[in-house]
Each structure stands twice: as structure tokens, then as C-alpha cells.
Design a protein around this ligand. Sequence first.
Ligand code: PMP
Length: 449
Amino acid sequence: MKRNHLIKPTLGQHYPTISHGIGVYLYDTDGNPYIDGSSGAVTASIGHGVSEVVEAMTEQAGKISFAYRSHFTSDAAEALAKKLSDLAPGDLNWSFFVNSGSEATETAMKIAIQHWQEKGFERKNRIISRWTSYHGITMGALSMSGHVPRRKRFVPLLEDFPTIPAPYCYRCPYNVEAASCQLQCANELETAIQRIGSENVAAFIAEPIIGASAGAVTPPLGYYPRIKEICERYDILFIADEVMTGMGRTGKMFAMEHWGVIPDIIALGKGMSAGYTPMAATMISDRVMEPILTGSKSIMAGHTYSANPLSAAISLEVLTYLERNELVLAAKEKGDYLLQKLQMLARQFEIIGDVRGKGLLLGLEFVSNRASKRPFEQQSGITSRLVTKAFEKGLLIYPASGAIEGIAGDAVIVSPPLVITKEEIGRLVEILGASLEELQQELYREGLM
Ligand code: PMP
């Protein structure tokens, strides 16, 4: 079969054809196995081919797949919204369903703006975000994203949102050690608000752990409590983009629970349906919904497929499966185990500058010199060379580099399904080690290390 009608990520490149998946393994049509060491794009958190999900899918499809949300509600969508409200901390009791992470953050932005409009604050519409971040590819989400290559083509059309640096301790923007850290990166939010004027700012958005743009970068301990305090002081909503970190991935149901901080709005995607269907959500607190409920009574957002019964039933079964099999706890335990193994690799390979992350959202950053933390030149393409080597050996890892040249270095995310066993982790680390060995030898030969 000739396949030249489909636009693939890199045109002209050969991609194997997927056949099927079982647990943490994917198989192409030539029968080659791949360990899904990244859960695709940090998505397939309960593993592939789970029969309970297939059954729930079939059962719902047998009843109704689609009914327009302006005409009907459905038991599946109501139950999913209830389940999310039960799982979420604080009074995050409302859910609006969309189809992708980008739509979830974009909807979060719109709801934050609407919240203030309903209260009579028409000018409170700026969103502060961080450099070295990714919130999605649609124009609103991209406006909030601090990822230079993804923004570049569209900069004149984007709102100029990202203003503060990310809490990137390995390459601290203030050059301070953790011990003497006064959380300047968090305090920058206050400075930014003062410059813009709190009367013009609707919300601050952040990924609890930075994913696609830097590779599982975790903030210093007091960072989010300080951020929340500043948001409250200036009457600014706090949006947590948990699209990558949510639904157990980091060893807590929501990553923000690691720091005991309850956001006003949460964006979810990826693990929410674990790849079994496109499904994402914007969760909203009672407090944020209140002026909308008493005001226009409608959220100015939504898509044809929002809250469709089929995706809702699938997502509900994924979350039920996650709870029934205690996969949030598994993410913590297996994550600690994998982290130790990655730290062992770091002792073996000097190309690894930093190992980081929480639960099963782990990252490796690569350096040409460990002592000076000197990053590789972007044109050396270190991340993609490693990802390709691993792929050829049957391991999928997720590239997470190049957000801002000279700031965020080469990095990958290692984030297998939460169902991974210790033996499978052993195999994953073995292939990763072999790929690193090969790459490092090449770089020595090329004089790049
Ligand atoms: N936010 C975060 C934190 C993400 O990691 C991503 C995807 N990498 C998105 C938003 C966008 O999600 P999607 O690709 O489903 O639109």
C-alpha cells in the first residue's frame, strides 16, 4: 500500500505501521516489538489493549456514540464529571469536556477571562505564563506557551503572554544554589503583575512539572505555595496545566498535590483517557464558576464533540481502572525504582547531566561537559539522535528539548505506562543504556564531548 496522502510529523521520513499493543509493548506490522517507554506522548498510562476499556467502549457504542450536548446530556458524561470532582482536591467540582490538551488550556484561559468579566472586571484579561513551557498548539494555547520554535512562525499573531522564567534549578536563571534559594523565580510573578497591573491580569498558568519543553523539570519545594500566595494577594486565578502530569502520572492523582496547592482551574488531557479516545477537560472551582452561574449561565467555549457519550464512557472506564488497580501508588513505587536505575545510568554515562522528575514522569538532560553543564549546540541534534537509536533498538522515549536555545538543553522524558513491571523496567533501562553507550562513543569520536 502506498501511503503518501497522510501528512506525517516529518514528511519524507519512513514510519513503521502500527499493528497492535499489549500492556507496555507496541508491535508494528512487521512484528517488531517496542517498549512504550514514553506512553506515546505521556498518554497511554494504563497500557495498551486493556480489555475492560474495549468492553466499555463497545457497550457505549452499542447504545449511542454521539448526541449533541445542546440537545442531550448523557449518563456517561455526568458520571465522568462526578468522578473527576470526587478525585480532585478542594472545590474543583465542575468539568467542561473538550478533545485535546490544547483545547483544555485554551478553554481554561477563556473561562478565567469570563470569570472576571462576569464580575465586572472587563480589563482583567492578560494571562501570565512562563518561558520554557508548553500549553498547546492552538493560537490561544500557543500564546501562553514559552516554546520558541513552536511560536516562531506565528509570533505576530500571538498575544505576548509568557513573561516570567521557569523554575529550572539545574540551570537556575539566578545562579543560586538550592540551599540559598529565596524563590526569586516565584517572586518574579509579583514583579510581572506589578508591571502589567493586577487590574489587567486574569490568571497565571503553569505546568506543575515542566514536560515537553524541558523534560520533567520539578520546581523547588516552596515554589507553588509562594505562587498561590501571590495569586491570592493580587486577585489572580491560578491555572494548573495538568495535561501531562494529571491522573496519577507523578504518583499523586494531580501533581499539584505534591505541594499541597489547590488551583482555581485545572486543564487535563492525555492520561485522562490514556489514549483510548481523544478526551480532555477543564476543571473549574465553585468559586470561579459562581459569577458565571449567577451571570450569563453559559461558558463561551465548546466543540461539536465536547462531552460526547462515547469518549466520556471510555474515559470513565480508564479512571475506574486506574483506581481499581491502584496505579497512582504504582506510579510512585515504580517511579522510585526507575529513578534509581536512571541514576545508575548517570553514574555510567557522563553525557547525562541531570536526572529528575516525580513518579513515572522522569527526565534526563544531556550535557557535553558535566562539570560546566555545557549544553550541546542545537544543530548537533543530540536528543533526536538518541531517540532514533532507542527506537531502532525497540524503545520509545519522548524528546523534550529545544524550547529556548541556550536555556533549555537536550532532554528526554522517560514515562512508561503505570502498569510497567520491574522486569520491563529492567529491559527499558538496558536498551536505553545501549543507546546512550552508542551515542556517547560517537560523540567522543566526533569531538563533541
Ligand atoms: N499542555 C501540556 C502540559 C502538554 O504536555 C501538552 C501536550 N504535550 C498540551 C498541553 C497539549 O495537548 P494536546 O497535544 O493534546 O493538544
